[in-house]
Design a protein around this ligand. Structure first.
Ligand SMILES: C[S@@+](CC[C@H](N)C(=O)[O-])C[C@H]1O[C@@H](n2cnc3c(N)ncnc32)[C@H](O)[C@@H]1O
Length: 336
């Protein structure tokens, strides 16, 4: 790591190149090809139909960022690179595809959002980024699959952090393809579950529940959380939802959740907490970058613990506990 400021700056500004090489590795399926052991460049070129010399140079670049290593003329996958295998238990391939294909394009116009305060969608006269995304079904699929990867990373931490055993029916509002509610239902054999989201998530969620063998107690309900949330559960969980929206829209979602809950119900909010003053460390940088991703994407923001507390109380909830779950906070609230 260089300590020379201009060189540091050069490395920082070139970091998009790292995104590109990892994205190409994922697109070519290199991790799947290296799953069963090391291979030569010739073998990899023949399997991917890539230009041999260009692929050899890509592999060198990948080895410099820790994805693979060259040993005795063959390339083998490192632990980091194994996450690019779509079949790995903790695969992160779908997020890599999302980052390398959709997010890089979205970030390309960051200057316009900084100047106007508007999202990429608003700059195209579309109010809701999710509406814009739905015009390209392939984008919806890439996004939903990426969210599944991200959520899979944190479900274990969430299940460790919070005891859900006293909940009869948990509804995951904005539950996407059902990754989180599926993991909860698998961990608690008596709990009933509902994933509530836009209709476009129905097929993937129902297929996921069938695959897990939990369709008898977990269902998908389609709807719009700005209009209403169904009153079916004694607890609601919201993961990575409120950070998508500004305060006004967040209060509408939280208000609809409040209306849907019984008097003794509880709300579990799962979000990353923005440090009060993010430092130049991994955690600070990742939160600050996510905040800009929210600015450019759906129009939300990352918030501090204090800001979430205020939003919750303004929406009729009484936060009673904040628990740490990996990089996320789980805030438990009761109704006021
Ligand atoms: C950032 S994703 C989070 C998904 C999931 N909770 C997770 O953490 O993996 C936001 C989710 O909100 C859903 N969503 C967006 N607008 C919605 C609306 N008006 N009503 C219901 N769901 C909506 C999206 O379809 C998407 O699944």
């Amino acid at each position: 790591m260089t300590t020379n400021p201009p060189e540091q700056l050069l490395d920082l500004v070139q970091s998009h190149r790292v995104t590109a090489v990892i994205y190409v590795a994922a697109s070519l399926g290199l991790a799947e090809l290296l799953r069963d052991g090391p291979r030569t460049v010739d073998e990899l070129a023949s399997r991917t139909h890539a230009d041999r010399d260009a692929l050899a140079r890509l592999l060198v670049a990948l080895s410099t960022v820790g994805i693979c290593s060259r040993v005795e003329g063959r390339y083998l996958l490192n632990e980091l690179g194994a996450g690019l295998d779509g079949a790995a238990e903790r695969s992160f391939k779908n997020w890599v595809i999302f980052e390398g294909s959709m997010l890089v394009r979205r970030w390309d116009g960051l200057l316009d959002s900084i100047m106007s305060g508007k999202t990429a969608a608003q700059l195209q006269d579309v109010d809701d980024n999710f509406d814009l995304m739905s015009r390209t079904p392939e984008h919806v699929r890439i996004f939903n699959d990426a969210m599944t990867d991200l959520t899979r990373l944190v479900t274990h931490d969430l299940l460790q952090a919070y005891d859900l055993s006293t909940i009869s029916h948990l509804m995951d509002v904005g539950g996407g393809s059902g990754e989180l509610i599926g993991a909860v239902a698998r961990a608690y054999s008596t709990i009933r579950g509902t994933a509530f989201d836009l209709p476009r998530c129905a097929d993937a969620a129902n297929q996921h529940f069938r695959h897990l063998g939990i369709s008898d107690r977990v269902d998908f309900v389609a709807g719009d959380f700005f209009r209403a949330v169904p009153a079916v559960a004694d607890a609601i969980i919201l993961k990575s939802i409120i950070h998508d929206w500004d305060d006004e829209r967040s209060r509408i979602i939280l208000g609809n959740c409040r209306k849907a809950l019984p008097q003794k119900g509880r709300l579990l909010l799962v979000e990353r907490a923005m440090p009060e003053l993010p430092g130049p460390d991994d955690a600070g940088r990742s939160c600050a970058m996510s905040d800009l991703n929210m600015l450019r994407g759906p129009g939300g923001r990352e918030r501090t613990e204090r800001e979430y507390y205020r939003l919750l109380t303004e929406s009729g909830f009484r936060p009673i506990a904040v628990l740490r779950a990996g990089r996320f906070n789980l805030t438990e609230s009761r109704l006021c």
